[in-house]
Design a protein around this ligand. Sequence first.
Ligand code: UT7
Length: 319
Amino acid sequence: MTQSIITATGSYLPEKILTNDELSKTVDTNDTWIRERTGITQRHIAAEGEFTSHMATKASQRALQMAGYDADKIDGVIVATSTPDSTMPSVAAKVQAALGITHGPALDVAAACTGFVYALSVAHGWIQTGIATRILVIGAESMSKIVDWSDRGTCILFGDGAGAVILEASDDATRGVRALALEAQGEFGTLLGTNGGIGSTQTAGHLFMEGQEVFRHGVEKMASITLSTATKAGLNMADVDWVVPHQANARMITMIARSLKVSASKCVVTVPHHANTSAASIPLALDEANRDGRLKKGNIIAMPALGAGLTWGCCVLSW
Ligand code: UT7
């Protein structure tokens, strides 16, 4: 069977950093509360005129640099995002054009914070069916554009950025995607979402969230799907070298690790300096851990996520 292996990673964070102290000048919050309840110390904010496709393109260029080949070798682009530049064309089509790629499909995937895991499953399917062989799988978000900056219950959590991986077809049976699991339960759609949309209000709306409920679902569902995906791959948690979870809240990651009986030192945690970048959070964390040498060839990596929908999922792969 053809394997789908990650051969390169890249990421991009906007230059502007918004610290907790700066945020507490405009909304009734403080650094101590944010650190204690979320672990977050700062978030990056896209510049005026800097859109999701621009960040996705920069992250992709860094992944291509690591891969050591030109963009024309890419034959598929998938972008997981809830904050596209425009309703159409897709961010993926814009990235494809910006990179000068003129062949293969381009598609956006909307599964909120679970978007990158859903996008990996689409890319894996393209590889299995021969639709594409070298795919840019990107998570990119401009969360600062949909956050309600007067709502302290949500605005402290989110940040902007993009992460990209190149998923390639390979016959190396020792590496690649070992198992994927995806779930959704639309009945929980009222817990997290936006209060607008093109079809209803002709605007994107602003983000709302029932934080405690989402937290509870997040811990329970991300832990259980990590376990079931590892089992599906014929592995147990002792075989997993790194958990690279969606970065929503540091307390949440600690509780997931505890529930899985995995040492906290096996979790890649970037939420303190990136905040929650929704679909971008896992590929941003992957790139950080890849570049600092933590992720080694053959390591087993589990990537669970949960987001609006509710959607959740996990990918287990051999690096
Ligand atoms: O990425 C998609 C998935 N998203 C998530 O997984 C997010 C999950 N949820 C969370 O991370 C947490 O629920 C939050 C960080 C959003 C909120 O933390 P919490 O510990 O659940 O706080 P809470 O909403 O229960 O509020 C506790 C108290 C309240 O005050 P009272 O009623 O006890 O007096 C809030 O008004 O903290 C207050 N509070 C704040 N205080 C200072 C809420 N937000 C803030 C704030 N600064 N920013």
